[in-house]
Write a protein that binds this ligand. Structure first.
Ligand SMILES: *[C@@H]1O[C@H](CO)[C@@H](O)[C@H](O)[C@H]1NC(C)=O
Ligand SMILES: *[C@@H]1O[C@H](CO)[C@@H](O)[C@H](O)[C@H]1NC(C)=O
Ligand SMILES: *[C@@H]1O[C@H](CO)[C@@H](O)[C@H](O)[C@H]1NC(C)=O
Ligand SMILES: *[C@@H]1O[C@H](CO)[C@@H](O)[C@H](O)[C@H]1NC(C)=O
Ligand SMILES: *[C@@H]1O[C@H](CO)[C@@H](O)[C@H](O)[C@H]1NC(C)=O
Ligand SMILES: *[C@@H]1O[C@H](CO)[C@@H](O)[C@H](O)[C@H]1NC(C)=O
Length: 511
């Protein structure tokens, strides 16, 4: 129903709005790939490595053909999609290829396959792009020999990089990006010598920026590309392990795109056994996404993407709120008395206030307050952050919900400073289950959530039952508070969160 409405709206936009505001679209694809893996501690030979990678490249080739039939101009494949998840420097080495710097040499591997040795994978990717006249982005392992006189040169005499490569529609290698924020488990890769802000140009949609997986949680290079370089379209390769209630792939990636009003083309791995699924094409208009824990198959997601320019970005922002209003009206959910409940930001009394308690959410110690009653207006504070919620149930409450606040340094699987206001469904009826992983819910809740954040980087997340994501009806700053409002959802609420990242307070040694 939701998807249908959005599609219908998009159609209306395309038919009537383009001539007025000049919105243009192009077709993009992301492929959620179920990578064929070799989980073995014995390093393969280069031949064995090529044999395995061929299995993945054959699947890539099929997807490129399929995308080509649909008129796709650009396709994105996930992080580690070609070689899988090796465990050590020795086991990854046979998969690595030397990748010449496209800023220094112009090379089309499909036309000149023998220019560099050990570049069989680059050759195939280049030919796929060329044969189908499509921009193609893939992630692979890169090696670069280094001199031991270089103080950073690893003792085995080579750098290993986690690298995205970009081929244009002729198969020329036009850009490469080496992942800056390696995840803790990527001990077989090295941090690049320099931080890179990689931007490439296309004839059909202008400029794109590119980064990889864990990068998305940090200012450099992800946010910097958007805020300092003015990039409005991001290519994002990832192998994202879902973590509820705040960091599942579709939930956070959509929130990231929505926070900046950009297009984010996110291709994830498909390995439900590692909780890896969730790819999407998140745009200011529509945000088709894929999440599937049951199927073992990959999935090609194709969508029309609006070209965001500084001229039409205002139009797109308006359309964002119009989309929501349209959907609400469809459900008859806009009611005057509710508006009053949510527009009054003064909490002079606390209706529906339960107990204040502490519980762990995603390894952080949150201060929480439980919801009671059909509607209410609550506040909970920690350090410098006060979080508020005004809420109204659409049904008799069946589960425990709580409003949590966190303002502090997150230190598990990465060090980064957070300010979070989160309304969560608890996993059980005990307070200590609030913040644990839950994926289904039946309680329909209209809410306004707000807090007095010290950072301006806030990612608004709304996750409903069965990993359904929603966008806020409205969001923004009101004096010192950042707020979002959502009403008339058709699915039970799992998490509504304002996930704030206070980049300036991250440990500087981590930069
Ligand atoms: C793609 O291009 C290469 C090099 O020209 C060619 O060998 C190959 O057969 C082509 N593949 C397809 C599927 O068209
Ligand atoms: C539109 O452009 C303005 C000014 O450059 C910027 O502040 C705003 O965030 C942009 N909005 C979107 C949705 O990109
Ligand atoms: C996947 O997620 C579930 C629910 O959060 C968790 O119990 C399980 O341990 C996770 N699996 C892996 C491999 O991380
Ligand atoms: C806002 O709420 C407070 C406390 O419930 C109430 O006293 C006040 O009249 C309300 N203001 C408006 C404009 O509704
Ligand atoms: C969480 O923080 C509160 C208040 O600072 C403290 O009393 C409590 O012991 C902490 N809980 C855990 C599990 O660290
Ligand atoms: C947020 O509000 C609380 C309560 O009014 C206040 O103590 C705190 O200083 C505020 N934080 C900021 C950053 O203004």
């Amino acid at each position: 129903m939701e998807a249908f409405c959005l599609r219908w709206l998009l159609l209306v936009w395309q038919c009537f709005v383009i001539p007025v505001w000049g919105l243009e679209f192009y077709k993009a694809a992301v492929y959620e790939h179920s990578t064929v893996l070799r989980q073995n501690l014995i390093p393969p030979t280069r031949e064995e490595a090529l044999e395995l990678m061929q299995k993945n490249l054959d699947i890539y080739q099929e997807q490129v053909h399929e995308a080509s039939k649909q008129g796709v101009k650009i396709i994105v494949f996930p992080e580690n999609g070609i070689h899988g998840f090796p465990l050590t420097r020795a086991t990854i080495y046979p998969y690595l290829e030397p990748i010449p710097d496209p800023d220094v040499v112009q090379w089309n591997p499909c036309l000149h396959p023998t220019e560099y040795s050990d570049t069989e994978v680059l050759y195939q990717l280049s030919c796929m792009a060329r044969n189908s006249s499509m921009y193609l982005i893939a992630n692979l392992g890169e090696r670069e020999a280094c001199e031991l006189s270089d103080p950073k040169c690893p003792s085995d005499g080579r750098y290993h990089f986690n690298t995205n490569v970009v081929f244009d529609a002729e198969g020329t290698l036009i850009a490469k990006y080496q992942k800056w924020k390696l995840f803790m488990t990527e001990i077989y890769y090295n941090k690049p010598k320099t931080l890179q802000h990689v931007i490439f140009d296309t004839p059909f949609a202008g400029k794109f920026g590119i980064f990889t997986c864990f990068d998305i949680l940090f200012y450099e290079p992800a946010v910097s590309l958007i805020e300092r370089y003015g990039i409005k379209q991001i290519i994002f390769t990832t192998a994202w392990m879902n973590l509820l209630p705040l960091l599942s792939a579709v939930q956070f990636h959509q929130a990231f795109a929505a926070a900046f009003g950009i297009n984010l083309l996110a291709a994830n791995q498909h390995h439900p056994e590692y909780n890896m699924t969730g790819s999407g094409i998140y745009t200011p208009l529509d945000f088709p996404y894929y999440y599937n824990m049951k199927s073992r198959e990959g999935k090609l997601l194709v969508a029309d993407v609006p070209i965001i320019t500084s001229i039409n970005n205002h139009t797109l922002e308006q359309s964002d709120s119009q989309t929501s209003t349209f959907l609400q009206e469809q459900k008859g959910a806009v009611k005057q008395e509710q508006t009053d409940l949510f527009t009054n930001c003064t909490v002079s009394h606390m209706d529906g206030a339960g107990d204040i308690f502490h519980a762990k959410m995603m390894f952080d110690n949150y201060t929480l307050i439980s919801l009671t009653g059909l509607q209410g207006n609550l506040q909970v504070c920690t350090n410098a952050l006060c979080c508020h919620v005004a809420y109204k149930y659409g049904n008799t409450p069946t589960n425990l919900y709580a409003l949590g606040a966190f303002d502090g340094l997150h230190t598990v699987d990465g060090v980064y400073y957070l300010q979070v206001c989160a309304l969560v469904k608890c996993a059980g009826s005990d307070y200590d289950t609030c913040g644990q992983s839950v994926a289904t819910a039946s309680d329909i809740i209209d809410f306004k959530l707000w807090g007095n954040f010290s950072t301006r980087h806030i990612f608004p997340e709304i996750l409903a039952s069965e990993m359904k994501i929603y966008r806020a009806d409205s969001k923004g700053w009101s004096n010192n508070d950042f707020y979002m409002i959502k009403k008339g959802m058709s699915a039970g609420l799992v998490t509504a969160a304002l996930y704030g990242r206070w980049y300036e307070k991250d440990n500087l040694s981590q930069q």
